[in-house]
Structure formats: C-alpha cells, structure tokens
Design a protein around this ligand. Sequence first.
Ligand code: ADP
Length: 201
Amino acid sequence: MNKRGNFIVIEGIDGCGKSTQTKLLSDFLSQNEHHIILKKYPEYGKPIGDLINNWLYSKDYDFNVEAQTLLYFADFIKDKEYLENNLKNGRIILSDRYFTSTMVYQRIKGMPISKLNILAQTFGLIKPDKVIYLRISPKTSFERKLQQKELDRHEGDKKFLNVLFNNFEKTARECNWEVVDGERPIDKVTKDIINIINKII
Ligand code: ADP
C-alpha cells in the first residue's frame, strides 16, 4: 500500500509569492521523484470560482458574509474526493490558498472562526498537513501587486490590506502555521519552504 501523501497549503496576503513558490516547489519536488498535484483557490475558470471572481470585481452587487463563506466552501468541497484519493495514492498536494484563507478573510467580516470550523467539520473538509504562511508587509504587497494587474475589491484597498495582514498574523499564531519571511529573495524563500516540507514528506 502507498504511504499517505501530504497536503501542503501556501498562504499569505496578495503578492507574498504563493504562485511563484508553488510553481518552484512543484518543479523541485517533481525532479526529486515526488508526484505533485498543484491546486489554486478560488478555482477561476470553473463555475464556482467564476462566481467568486465576478463578485470580487463587481461594482453592481455584493454578497453578504454568509453567502460569500458558502461560495468559498463550495469551491473546496467540490474537490473533497479528488484530494482524498490523491492523498491515499501518496501524492503531494500543493495548494495556493485554501480554507485557511477563508478563515482570515471571513473572520474580518464578522464570521467567527468557531463557526467556520463547525462548517468545515460538517462538510468533512480535508485538513492540510502543513500550512506555510509567507509573511510580507502590506507595503510590499501593494507594490508587488500594482506592477502585476488590475486590483480586485480587496487588493486595491490599502486600509483593508493592513487589516488583512494583522489577521493573517493573528490566525497564523493561533493555528500554528509555519511562518516564512517572504520579503527575502525568491530562491531563499524556496529553500526555507523546502526545509519545512522535507521534515514531513
Ligand atoms: P501571490 O500569488 O502571493 O499573489 P505572486 O507569486 O504572484 O504572489 O508574486 C507577486 C509578484 O511578486 C510577482 O511579480 C513575483 O514575481 C514577485 N515576487 C514573488 N516573490 C518575490 C520575492 N521573494 N521577492 C521579490 N519579488 C517577488
């Protein structure tokens, strides 16, 4: 029987390097004979992800916090069997954001973590084996994202970015996420993450 795989989530505010690092980690681990599954949430380009994306960029309508929460949950729940089967088959799943992001964003909007955990339990959400939080300042986030693209309703709001940073810090402490300094050069950040991952795979 295969050894069970690992579910690793890379977290942090926009621009902290989640996509850059998940891609680099996937290349590195694949070269070292690991079978990698890459995920990115929300899953834009799929029906639920597109609903979320339309809301994020909409100036015409808003969802209340409960509806937002359930949309994000639906995006994770739809992959439950897929994630579980891959873990059973020994794969390493690297995910750019997950339920862990929902915890941070929705608690800011007034949904307590205790309620989110009840929902996660009710729906049988797959638990990550490790959450790695790439820490950068709100200032770095804003500068990096500005160079990249049009900003959504969260990314363009500097005040919200500060609140988001504080809540990432708080949630990381409460939930024992591994913290990696994302302000360092890309290759140094990758090295730090590999050291963490090597201890569990
Ligand atoms: P996220 O997925 O967290 O939003 P990205 O990986 O898309 O972040 O990175 C945002 C931008 O910052 C990209 O242009 C990327 O090349 C750059 N970047 C990522 N990590 C670093 C780093 N450690 N130092 C400098 N720039 C970085």
